[in-house]
Design a protein. Structure first.
Ligand code: FAD
Length: 509
């Protein structure tokens, strides 16, 4: 590792998921010096493996999680307004299944959902007459009634990177492929040992340590901080499958299952349907989480309950799995464990503090980050104001309803752009799309074409501005162009990245 570091950071964050990157942005925005280390790629843990909903969590009402649901409902429009390129509203269709939750119960839940918090732009719930609604067409059963309500969609992995980018633009040091091997207290500071991908080690110092290691939060306490008998989180695996699209409209379905769970079917990347999620206890190293054949069968079965077009394991074009690091509140069933977050500070008077982050949701990351930085401020004293609720994330500086206008403006400046490509660029980069296209006047100026909507100029941007290093970072996290790539195209991208590396090495030699 050849980076140079500040002598002593105010704040050191372990983990480059949504919580770590959100906290880094909030802390540096308030004037603290911040360093964050992520052992793999940004968002390579749970934060790229979610259902990608910015939602209150309708089913959490059943577990009386009113505080969490209210906060999350309010956050929907806040997050949409700071990142309208990667977050947008969705309507959810909830068919009323006569043998499952009664209609009055769903109506009550949705009434609360509409009125608990902060809904200004998102439309409220309505009842659908399924006899003549398009949403009934792909379904196999004759549902007479369904409810339709609002939540939002988020490109989760990009939300993480944009928080990291903004934090770095404000002065935070973001280190990827850098594992925090150990952290010990020494003379009122944390001495933190980092290990790079090449195995080289380096020590940095910080006054305040934040453990935002997600599913690895206990592992870091046990191995990195050397604490005994650590047991704060319950690891619950959730998996998703992606199949060719099962319906043509732009609404989602929320399907109740006989076992009390719910499964979403969501339009995904134009040509696909995303189906998830499962809920099962997990033990072992979260790095090795993989969808099981039972989970694939469960999700296919759940979809087959409702859709007339039947699917099976062979139809799955891609799948992903992730671990929920739920705070262990002693609930007996995985789906009953609280989804709320818990922040705990350790450190006696005069000792350097350690703040552990347990649980949380993508939706509440900003509120969690505010609470974390309030704890930091109660140690250091208050710093400058910084409102992450109104400062757009990179590329998100346009109106929430302005997506189509942005696409048109981009096409006006670059008339050669195909519509689909322009939409791809605005959906991923918002107003930063202009940085990617630069002075291009035709497709020849965008460099090598790799397949899908991916040209060399975008790859170069992802490498230089978004810490992307491998084909996987680019095809499965910064974008989902992996869904459209053929094997030879992936190899061409890998080769291109190796050549970029070699060129950078030659330049620095
Ligand atoms: P992570 O994203 O896992 O980040 C922790 C990071 O720490 C990892 O990248 C890891 O590599 C790094 N790390 C660990 N140890 C070290 C170390 N020693 N040194 C350096 N780095 C280290 N929430 C919603 O709001 N909406 C949803 O629709 C939704 N759906 C979900 C569906 C599923 C299946 C799951 C599992 C979760 C879902 N969630 C959802 C919850 C949400 O995804 C998580 O709460 C959130 O992503 C957790 O983020 P995190 O930053 O705590 O953890």
């Amino acid at each position: 590792m050849s980076e140079t570091y500040a002598d002593i950071f105010d704040v050191f964050v372990v983990g480059g998921g949504i919580n770590g990157c959100g906290i880094a942005r909030e802390a540096v925005g308030r004037g603290f010096s911040v360093c964050l280390a992520e052992m793999n790629d940004l968002a390579s843990g749970t934060s790229s493996g979610s259902t990608k909903l910015v939602h209150g969590g309708l089913r959490y009402l059943e577990y009386y999680e009113f505080r969490l649901v209210r906060e999350a409902l309010k956050e929907r429009e806040v997050l949409w307004s700071i990142a309208p390129h990667i977050i947008w509203p969705l309507r959810f269709v909830l068919p009323h299944h006569k043998e499952l939750r009664p209609a009055w119960f769903l109506r009550l839940g949705l009434f609360l959902y509409d009125h608990l918090g902060g809904r200004k732009l998102l439309p409220g719930t309505k009842v659908l007459n399924m006899a003549d609604d398009e949403a009934s067409k792909p379904l196999s059963q004759n549902f007479s009634k369904a409810f339709e309500y609002s939540d939002c969609w988020v490109n989760d992995a990009r939300l993480v990177v944009l928080n990291a980018r903004d934090a770095a633009d404000r002065g935070a040091q973001i280190l990827v492929r850098t594992k925090v091997v150990s952290a010990v207290r020494c003379d009122g500071l944390w001495q933190i040992v980092l290990e790079g991908a090449d195995g080289a080690r380096k020590t940095v110092n910080a006054r305040y340590l934040i453990n935002a290691a997600g599913p690895w939060v206990d592992q870091f306490l046990a191995d990195g901080v050397r604490q005994d008998s650590v047991h704060n989180v319950r690891l619950v695996q959730g998996s998703h499958i992606i199949v060719k699209k099962l319906f043509d409209h732009d609404r989602c379905y929320i399907f109740q299952q006989g076992d009390g769970r719910i499964v979403f079917a969501i339009p995904y990347e134009d040509d696909f349907t995303l189906i998830g999620t499962t809920d099962r206890e997990f033990s072992g190293d979260p790095t090795n989480v993989k969808i099981s054949s039972e989970e694939i069968d469960y999700l296919c079965g759940a979809a087959n309950e409702y859709f007339s077009q039947s699917i099976e394991a062979g139809d799955v074009v891609w799948s992903y799995s992730a671990i929920r690091p739920l705070f262990d509140d002693g609930a007996s069933k995985a789906q009953e464990a609280t989804r709320d977050y818990v922040l705990k500070v350790e450190g006696e008077d005069g000792q350097a503090p350690l703040l552990n982050i347990f649980g949380g949701k993508i939706t509440t990351y900003r509120k969690l980050s505010e609470s974390a930085v309030e704890k930091i401020e109660s140690f250091f004293g208050e710093r400058q104001g910084f409102s992450t609720n109104s400062v757009p994330l990179p590329g998100g500086d346009f109106e929430v309803t302005g997506f189509d206008i942005q696409v048109q403006s981009l096409k006006n400046k670059y008339p050669f752009l195909q519509n689909e490509h322009a939409r791809h660029l605005v959906r991923h980069y918002g107003t930063k799309a202009y940085e990617i296209l630069g002075k291009a006047r035709s497709y020849d100026d965008l460099g090598e074409f790799f397949g899908g909507q991916l040209w060399a100029c975008e790859v170069a941007y992802l490498v230089s501005r978004e810490w992307a290093l491998s084909a996987e970072d680019i095809l499965w996290r910064r974008t989902k162009q992996g869904l459209r790539m053929k094997p030879g195209q992936v190899e061409a991208l890998e080769l291109f990245l190796q050549n970029l590396d070699a060129r950078a090495e030659r330049l620095s030699a």
